[in-house]
Each structure stands twice: as structure tokens, then as C-alpha cells.
Design a protein around this ligand. Structure first.
Ligand code: GUN
Ligand code: FE
Length: 433
């Protein structure tokens, strides 16, 4: 059993943050069994810890905070070596000039192992307790990412990429292969019997496949009851190409294939029309907002306020290596910047604040991945995925601050913090940093 004592901040739902100045969380195995204020601790101890010999106690200082683990709802593991490269090119040119050239190297399984271990280690250190990964087009390399996730103890969705067209000849599959290997991948991941990792169907985007293949993937979604991830409406040239290829709006392409489900997460979604947003809302599909990437590749500014107004679930993504940083804290800051920039050109626009991006990075991400029954905050019964944020670390100079409330520590972390301020990371009750 684990008992954490200290300042706690988490979101009960969007626009509702709970702050416990002196609080506790009791964790049994992987799940939260009790949580509350200091005055209720004795009773909770008697009820849950009375016969326990083996209680690990973590006592936080007044410069530390317990927050839920961060959720990266969109990250490309094999692109990690390319972080920071090629941002002079727009999306479609960047894919050809940089991305596919790197990704085809993952035929080499030793290289795959080296990169994937580094990605999982790095993202955990930055506080990503749950990641939704685009892995490789190659099924065997994708399994290496699955093994890395299990070994390091991260929670993750891992998807083998489907792509049969608009890519170099040595980096695409036939329509038969893409379905056969996806099936093989799903079964191989499930046979690992690990609660933390799940397969996810991953058509790269509407320009990487023909409709027939997407329809077949839609059948796999039903057959295996799996989540889905893909890209949507990221770049204006991309949207034009999709409209030209299919003669319908972008979201309708995926809908026609049966790929818009309540367990579908769509990266970017910058240029979606009102009709497309209504369709997403109807289907219960969500958007992964990737502001670092949208700025670096000059894709555009996604209006998260508009998505909220349409009732769409939203999480945050680093989109490594469209985004240069593996950190969701960086994504929080960029989401703030994008929203503030949008507010300059719209009357009465309410930009996101630090509490909104905290929600996006935690409970919002859990909702976007349909994991909110399991993670996202400290409700009793959920898995204990958490970070100890330490604003006493020397990079933030909080020792010179006179007084600091929990919400001020949270602001400091979001605006000035990084991996040096994450002193402990828990996934399913286990310390992994
Ligand atoms: N659209 C299709 N593939 C990709 C990718 O790898 N990264 C980004 N950002 N957009 C894409
Ligand atoms: Fe992406």
C-alpha cells in the first residue's frame, strides 16, 4: 500500500479544479482506495491501512504538489530522432523530405530498440504516464515499442501504421498486407496480457490509403473493439487534396469507412467545418490538439474554445516530431499561446487559462482516449497515475518566493517548469522515475 500526504490538485471535470491544501491519497496495488483532507486521514487509515504491515509513505514538502499523470494523446515514437528538423517545409513536403526517410529505417530492429527505449524513458521523465503512439508501419518494429512500454511501465496505446499510397516505393504496403499485419499486431499485443498497453488502429491519414482499405480497417475496429487514431484537417493543402481525392469533406471520409467511433482520436482538426464538428460530436470522437507542431510546421491555429463549444472531447499531443518537444508541459504552454493569439483577432473571445490547459493535459486527455473511467484524476477506484511536481528544484527559484498556494505552484510549473521539476512518476501505483 502507498500513502501520499501533501498538497493535491486535480480536475473533477472541465472547469472544476479541486485543490486540497493538506490532503492524502491511499493506493492499494494499482488503484486509489481513499482520498481526502488531513482531518479525515485517521478514519481512512483505520479503514484501509489497519492490518497493513507494508505501507510506503510519501510526504510532500510545501514546494511540492501531487497532480495526475500527463496524457500525450498524439506522439510518433519513430520520429523522435527528427525533433527540430525540417520546419522550413509545410506538412506534405516535410513528410516526404524527412519523415518517411527516417521511418523506413525501422526495418532495422536494433535501431528500433534503441530509439523506442529512449522515447519511452524520455516521455516518462517528462511526466507522460499515458501515451498514444503512432509506432511503425512495420509490425515487428511496432512490437518492439510495445515491449519498451511494458518494460518501463508506461500506460500506452500503440498503433501499427497503415499506409499503402503516397509514400516511397520501399515504404508502403499492399492493401492485403496492411490488413493482415494489423490483425497480427492486434493479436500479438493482446497476447501480452498487459493491462497497461492496448493496440490502436492507425490509418496514417486519408491520403495514405484508399477507401477500400479504410473500410476494411473499420471492420477490424468492430471485430476487435479497438480504439482508432489518425490525422485530420491539419494543413490547408492536405484538406484540398483530401476533398479532391474523395469529393467529400474530410471527416465524412473517415465516417464512411466506419472509423469515427467514441474511441477515435483525431490529431490536429484545425480546419474542420461546423458540419464536420457536429459529426464528430454525434460520433463521440475526439481531437488531439498539437499546438507545438501546428506552429512549427506552420499548419495553423486550432481553436480549442470552438471545439469545447461544439461539445467535443479534447486532449493535448506533442506530435513528436511535428512538434520538437516530447513534453506535455511544453504543449500546455503552446496551447495557451495559440489561444491567446486567437483572442487578438476575435471580439469577446475567452482565451484558455492555465487551469484549462491543466485539464487538457490530464482529464481531457483521458477523456479523449476514452480512458476517463480509469485515469485522469484522483477519484476513488481509478488507477493511481500521478506526478510529484517539485517546484523547490533550483531551476524555478521558488526558495525566494515568500508564500505559494497550490494553484500558484501549478502556475509556476506550467509556465516555468520542465522534467527537472518532476521528482516522482507513478503509473498504476508503481514508481517509474
Ligand atoms: N499526417 C500524416 N502523417 C503525419 C505525420 O507523421 N505527422 C504529422 N504531423 N502529420 C501527418
Ligand atoms: Fe502526427
Amino acid at each position: 500500500m502507498l500513502l501520499v500526504l501533501g498538497r493535491i490538485v486535480h480536475c473533477l471535470r472541465r472547469e472544476l479544479i479541486e485543490v486540497i491544501q493538506e490532503g492524502f491519497v491511499i493506493v492499494g496495488d494499482s488503484k486509489i482506495v481513499a482520498t481526502g483532507k488531513k482531518e479525515d486521514l485517521e478514519q481512512a487509515r483505520a479503514q484501509h491501512l489497519a492490518d497493513e504491515q507494508d505501507v510506503m509513505v510519501v510526504m510532500l514538502s510545501d514546494r511540492q504538489l501531487l497532480i495526475p499523470g500527463l496524457v500525450d494523446s498524439h506522439i510518433h515514437a519513430p520520429q523522435y530522432p527528427n525533433c527540430g528538423l525540417g520546419y522550413d517545409k509545410p506538412l506534405l513536403d516535410w513528410l516526404q523530405a524527412y519523415t518517411y526517410k527516417l521511418e523506413r529505417k525501422y526495418r532495422d530492429l536494433e535501431y528500433s530498440k534503441k530509439v523506442f527505449n529512449a522515447v519511452v524513458r524520455k516521455t516518462l521523465n517528462h511526466g507522460t504516464t499515458t501515451a498514444c503512439y503512432f509506432a511503425s508501419m512495420f509490425e515487428d518494429a511496432s512490437m518492439i515499442l510495445v515491449d519498451a512500454v511494458i518494460e518501463h511501465g508506461q500506460r500506452a496505446f500503440v498503433g501499427k501504421i497503415n499506409m499503402t499510397t503516397l509514400a516511397p516505393d520501399d515504404y508502403k504496403e499492399t492493401p492485403e498486407e496492411t490488413i493482415k499485419l494489423t490483425r497480427k499486431f492486434i493479436e500479438a499485443v493482446r497476447s501480452k496480457n498487459c493491462d497497461l498497453v492496448e493496440p490502436i488502429i492507425t490509418p496514417r491519414f486519408a491520403l495514405s490509403l484508399e477507401m477500400d482499405s479504410m473500410v476494411e480497417l473499420g471492420h477490424l475496429v468492430k471485430e476487435y473493439d479497438v480504439n482508432v487514431q489518425t490525422h485530420i484537417s491539419e494543413n490547408q493543402d492536405e484538406v484540398k487534396e483530401v476533398n479532391k481525392k474523395y469529393g467529400i469533406q474530410y471527416a465524412n471520409v473517415y465516417d464512411e469507412a466506419g472509423l469515427l467511433t467514441p474511441k477515435t482520436v483525431l490529431a490536429h482538426g484545425i480546419y474542420l467545418s461546423d458540419e464536420e464538428l457536429s459529426l464528430l460530436r454525434q460520433r463521440g470522437s475526439s481531437v488531439s490538439h498539437c499546438p507545438d507542431s501546428n506552429t512549427c510546421l506552420k499548419s495553423g491555429m486550432c481553436d480549442v474554445r470552438r471545439l469545447f463549444n461544439f461539445g467535443i472531447k479534447v486532449g493535448l499531443g506533442t506530435d513528436v516530431s511535428g512538434g520538437p518537444s516530447p513534453s506535455i508541459v511544453s504543449a500546455m504552454r503552446s496551447a495557451l499561446a495559440t489561444s491567446i493569439n486567437l483572442s487578438f483577432s476575435q471580439k469577446n473571445y475567452k482565451p484558455l487559462n492555465y487551469m484549462d490547459v491543466f485539464y487538457l493535459a490530464t482529464l481531457g486527455g483521458a477523456e479523449a482516449l476514452s480512458l476517463d473511467h480509469k485515469i485522469g484524476n484522483f477519484e476513488v477506484g481509478k488507477e493511481f497515475d500521478a506526478l510529484v511536481v517539485d517546484m523547490g528544484a533550483e531551476n524555478c527559484n521558488t526558495d525566494m518566493l515568500l508564500d505559494c498556494s497550490p494553484l500558484e505552484l501549478l502556475q509556476k510549473f506550467i509556465y516555468t517548469g520542465d522534467d527537472r521539476n518532476i521528482s516522482n512518476v507513478f503509473v498504476a501505483g508503481k514508481s517509474v522515475k
